[in-house]
Design a protein around this ligand. Structure first.
Ligand SMILES: [Fe+2]
Length: 400
């Protein structure tokens, strides 16, 4: 995160003696990105963060990925997937994946195990429900419409807190996720033209301390020897001598944070604005955008829905999470749907959408888009909830 935060107790100077009331030294840990050349935070543990007592390979639920062949636009119906009986980490149902990003959907009704993703940052979008995201940095209370960014290797777990399960679209990167660079000053402050800023961002407010011995943490980590479709990742079950939620204080620029999509202020114009105005995050070889309810194009002759377009270097994934999506009406797209419009296919509004949109002043739509610069494979659970008729909805005619 671009700005500095300090939580709990930290000593006046870095790397100096800092003692607990009983006289023992706290254990300092610097968690930082890109060697020592990017954002970091300095944490103070009650116990050694290095003290593990067991390490065993762990087999997460298996998933496979297959190329999008034959090349087709796809419609995945996430709400047709099995719901409930799972947690927000091991219950992820993988939909789409490439070397840079893995996209999954999960309906969680129970606390997850403690988990560390050592492969990259995660961006979780809460479609509905509420949860406590407990991390070594403190707690984030999250709910419908929240994006939650968990930096690489932060140990955390997700505890659903509502009557209904929490529904999450999970985006796992192979690298770091942050605000688009063009919205930040050279020193990292959000600029005036950014659609969101520091006041919209929530971070942990106080330390989270838990007691316990021999505490299990599932680690997803880099591995060239990962199995077929694993994306080069493997899992290990570490057992820590003491509970990893033992940080009495930390400060720095690296921490988990949340931001609600309703705080994303849309950029509008007289004529149709291109998707980059909706960009919310950037990751390695992908972007995440937010389509939020907004006043639409107000030139007297404007056509408010998108023109047909072919972004030749991207696969485009849109998760429809609220309202009505005008350009897709008549295609079968509904709440919880995901459209996949791959490179090599020109996409655009469904028939009739252009005429219907003329004169409309406001779109009540809510969607999260992930554009990837490398092709996405389809995962088993994505194919399991595919509406195979979608590809023919522009022509109205399927092959014989
Ligand atoms: Fe598009």
């Amino acid at each position: 995160m671009p700005y500095y935060r300090s939580v709990g107790d930290v000593p006046r100077k870095r790397h100096t003696q800092f003692r607990a009331p009983d006289g023992r030294l706290y254990a300092e840990e610097l968690m930082g990105q890109e060697g020592f050349s990017s954002d970091s935070s300095l944490l103070y543990h009650r116990h050694l963060p290095t003290a593990i007592v067991d390490a065993r390979e762990y087999d997460p639920p298996a998933w496979r990925r297959v190329p999008n062949r034959p090349l087709k636009p796809r419609h995945l119906q996430t709400h047709k997937l099995d719901a409930g009986g799972s947690d927000a980490i091991t219950g992820r149902q993988h939909l789409l994946a490439n070397e840079d990003v893995r996209i999954s959907y999960v309906v969680a009704d129970r606390p997850s195990p403690l988990y560390r993703n050592a492969v990259g940052d995660e961006c979780l979008y809460v479609e509905s429900g509420t949860a406590r995201v407990e991390t070594a940095f403190g707690v984030l209370e999250v709910g419908t419409g929240d994006y939650v960014v968990v930096p690489t290797s932060v140990i955390y777990r997700v505890v659903p807190t509502g009557e209904a399960p929490v529904r999450v679209l999970a985006v796992e990167a192979t690298g770091h996720i942050g605000p688009p660079k063009r919205y930040l000053s050279v020193r990292g402050q959000f600029l005036e033209h950014s659609p969101y800023c520091e006041r919209d961002v929530r971070g942990p407010a106080e330390p989270l301390l838990a007691d316990g011995e021999d505490v299990e943490v599932l680690v997803q980590h880099r591995s060239r020897a990962g199995g077929p479709g694993s994306g080069g990742t493997a899992w290990t079950r570490h057992v820590y001598a003491n509970h990893p939620f033992d940080v009495v204080g930390w400060d720095g620029h690296l921490y988990p944070w949340a931001f609600n999509i309703s705080d994303f202020e849309p950029i509008t114009g007289r004529l149709h604005q291109p998707p980059p105005v909706h960009q919310t995050f950037q990751g390695p070889n992908f972007v995440i955008c937010s389509f939020v309810p907004r006043k639409v194009d107000y030139h007297p002759q404007a056509i408010p829905v998108p023109y047909n377009h072919h972004n030749v270097d991207s696969d485009e994934v849109i998760f429809y999470t609220g309202g009505n999506y005008e350009a897709r009406r008549g295609s079968g797209i509904e709440q919880g749907s995901i459209s996949v419009h791959p490179s090599g296919f020109t996409h655009g509004p469904q028939p009739g959408a252009v005429e219907r949109a003329i004169g409309v002043e406001y779109f009540d739509e809510l969607a999260v888009m992930v554009d990837t610069f490398r092709p996405l494979d389809l995962c088993d659970q994505g194919l399991a909830c595919e509406d195979t008729a979608y590809a023919w909805t522009w022509s109205g005619r399927a092959p014989d």
